[in-house]
Design a protein around this ligand. Structure first.
Ligand code: 4NP
Length: 159
């Protein structure tokens, strides 16, 4: 089988949006029997939450949908990530801009907007950190739609 596609989910803190996206995509790939085709991780552009588990509201929301995020730990994006991952999917346009600025010239990684690359639409996943539980639910719905779009891309080999 071909080398698995490396996908890195990226947000600011790596405690709300990107760990939710990582957990949801892993679950949807598993359900589709495609888990072996993708190597998946998540990171943040910021350093405030390094080593922390996902936000308890993100854990609770994903848990309601049958997805356990509790073992994940936040880490910061590294320069090596640009060599180790084929595709870096950014939660919003600020993250996209920041990641593209940091991308080394030698890297072949595609650095894209998560919802756009997954076919949902050219829009951001809003940051739920200062929001309420309904904002986490909205994050979950958006990243689940993205995960389903990514599963289709993987199935069709549109990588
Ligand atoms: P995330 O959310 O980028 O989706 O993990 C945030 C988490 C923490 C902060 C901002 C956004 N913060 O300012 O600490």
């Amino acid at each position: 089988m071909a080398r698995p596609l490396g996908i890195l989910m990226l947000c600011l803190g790596n405690i709300c949006r990107s760990p939710t996206a990582e957990g949801v995509l892993r679950a949807r790939l598993d359900e589709a029997g495609l888990a072996a085709r993708v190597r998946l991780d998540s990171a943040g552009t910021g350093s405030s939450h390094i080593g922390h588990p996902p936000d308890e509201r993100a854990i609770a929301c994903a848990g309601k949908h049958g997805i356990d995020l509790s073992a994940l730990r936040a880490r910061r994006l590294t320069l090596e990530d640009f060599d180790e991952f084929d595709t870096i999917l950014c939660a919003d346009r600020t993250i996209l801009h920041d990641a593209r600025m940091r991308k080394p010239r030698t890297s072949h990684a595609q650095v894209e907007l998560l919802l756009e690359w997954s076919g949902v639409g050219k829009k951001d996943v809003p940051d739920p950190y200062y929001g309420a539980s309904r904002d986490f639910e909205q994050t979950f719905k958006l990243v689940d739609a993205a995960a389903q779009g990514i599963v289709e891309r993987v199935r069709q080999g549109r990588l």
